[in-house]
Design a protein around this ligand. Structure first.
Ligand code: ADP
Length: 499
């Protein structure tokens, strides 16, 4: 493992030297309690910043600001074109600060800066531009009615899509900036106002985003950012009676808490939750591509992706070859601090996540799984774990059933596609799936039988602002991105007039 210390760029060092506050009503303010919490560099375990610890009082202030911006602020009077242009301007600012944001993301989350530069930040920019374009295209319909009427009575009816209102957005730590963009984009395009609660592990890019939102010229209170812990800041936001919708990305366990918290005022809820996605390789696939794809599907972002291809099913005849190929790829991955330009895999995000992944490895070994490669923590001050392929696994094992959220894939052979399908679908989750084959009818036929919100064929982890993403079963409610996401930020009003 490489341990090179990397010099931060000046603007990042300067940004980190400030006392971090909350963005409420267009002003940076301290938390009501005056409390802060530390943020760690996962590559070293060292503290890199102290951030305001928001709690229910801060959530109340932020919701009030968002409510007033929605009900009576200048935001509500902007034309849709002006709204779109502001979102586009924010995208431009992100692009201008790409290098700085990539550095911040790598420092805070641990991901390789080379990845943050080409994935996290550009995808956030693209999503904002895509949603900026939609701001002027959110339309209703005219509806012909058939109600009984005399020849003298006629109706004219139409629908209007209106913003749902104040939205609480609670995001995770795996793609901090990108998840903020996925959430903010459709909310702002539809005219909602927002209280954003970043994950406590990775609040820094959201705070920089807050500065850029102010610079772009969004009116006060349109986006409020409250950093804090899940129980003390996230929970009161999900439960708040003046919040019209809560949009959450995170664990299925917390997703269920969000649903309960939202029940008080029956606010709308969208959830993007866990996954345990099957990745299926047939012997007629282009094996070189499939092996590289299988490795990328699990090792990208250190497996800390809800869509990670964490269950590899391989046709028996090529099982050994594919396992060996993926194991070889794993061995070649350069693990090190994310800020090192050569690093291909950084540390896990936190010591808690490290314990969780190592706990799953132990559980797998105790149930009889074997590591074809990896299987250990990498000794260091940081939270590094070896990229791992587990074989000798059974469908009932915890490592096959539960989401590990680390660079650990289980590989199992199958004989027949019919016998494979129940195994592939044997999960409480249904977020994504991968299929590798050169047989088109096999690919489409299997795609139709997999209970998953996304099916990738001869590719994996292809995300696009226009492509809806979300889960079947306990992987969530609703969709992110694409046109589908926008609908979930609007209410439909039917207007009927007697002529
Ligand atoms: P993980 O277990 O991977 O850290 P979580 O689902 O716990 O993921 O966290 C995702 C987001 O949900 C974070 O912003 C976190 O602070 C927030 N969160 C955690 N617990 C709660 C809760 N009870 N209510 C609302 N938000 C929460």
């Amino acid at each position: 493992m490489q341990e090179t210390e990397v010099q931060l760029k000046t603007q990042t060092s300067k940004f980190l030297s400030q006392p971090f506050k909350l963005l409420i009503g267009g002003k940076w303010v301290e938390s009501a309690s005056g409390q802060t919490f530390p943020v760690f560099n996962p590559a070293t375990g060292h503290t890199i910043a102290h951030v305001a610890s928001g709690d229910s009082e801060d959530i109340n202030r932020a919701v009030k600001a968002a409510r007033s911006a929605f009900d009576s602020g200048p935001w509500s009077k902007l034309t849709v074109s002006e709204r779109g242009r502001l979102i586009w301007k924010l995208a431009d600012l992100l692009e201008t600060h790409l290098e700085e944001l990539a550095e911040l993301e790598s420092l805070d989350n641990g991901k390789p800066i080379s990845v943050a530069r080409v994935a996290d930040v550009p995808l956030a920019v693209d999503l904002l531009r895509y949603m900026a374009g939609w701001a002027t295209k959110i339309e209703g319909n005219t509806i012909p009615l058939s109600v009984p009427y005399t020849p003298d009575t006629q109706y004219f009816a139409y629908t209007v899509r209106e913003p749902v209102g104040v939205v609480g957005q609670i995001i995770p730590w795996n793609f901090p900036l990108l998840m903020a963009a996925w959430k903010l984009g459709p909310a702002l395009a539809t005219g909602c106002t927002v209280v954003l609660k970043p994950a406590e592990q990775t609040p820094l890019s959201s705070l920089r985003l807050g500065e850029l939102l102010c610079e772009a010229g969004f009116p006060d209170g349109v986006v409020n950012i409250v950093t804090g812990y899940g129980e003390t800041a996230g929970a009161p936001l999900a439960a708040h009676p003046d919040v019209d919708k809560v949009a959450f990305t995170g664990s299925t366990e917390v997703g269920k808490l969000i649903v309960k918290a939202a029940a008080g005022n029956l606010k709308k809820v969208t959830l993007e939750l866990g996954g345990k996605s099957p990745n299926i390789v047939f012997k007629d696939a282009d094996l070189e591509t499939a092996i590289a794809g299988a490795a990328n599907s699990i090792f990208f972002n250190h497996g800390q992706c809800c869509a990670a291809g964490s269950r590899l099913y391989v046709e028996q005849a090529i099982f050994d070859q594919v396992v060996e190929g993926v194991a070889q790829k794993a061995k070649n991955i350069k693990v090190g601090p994310g800020l090192n330009p050569d690093t291909e895999m950084g540390p896990l995000v936190s010591d808690e996540q490290l314990d969780r992944v190592c706990g799953y490895l132990q559980s797998g070994f105790s149930e009889g799984a074997k590591a074809a490669v990896g299987g250990q923590r990498i000794e260091s001050q940081g939270y590094f774990v070896e990229p791992t392929v587990l074989v000798n696994t059974k469908q009932t094992m915890k490592v096959v059933q539960e989401e590990i959220f680390g660079p650990v894939v289980t590989a199992m052979p199958f004989q027949q596609v019919d016998e494979l399908i129940p195994f592939a679908n044997d999960s409480v989750y249904g977020l994504a799936a991968g299929i590798w084959t050169n047989n088109l009818s096999k690919a489409h036929s299997l795609a139709s039988k997999l209970r998953a919100g996304t099916v990738w064929i001869n590719c994996y982890n292809v995300f696009d602002a226009a492509l809806p993403f979300g889960g079947y079963k306990q992987s969530g409610w609703g969709r992110e991105m694409g046109h589908d996401a926008l609908e979930l930020y609007t209410e439909v009003k039917a207007v009927c007039i007697q002529l």
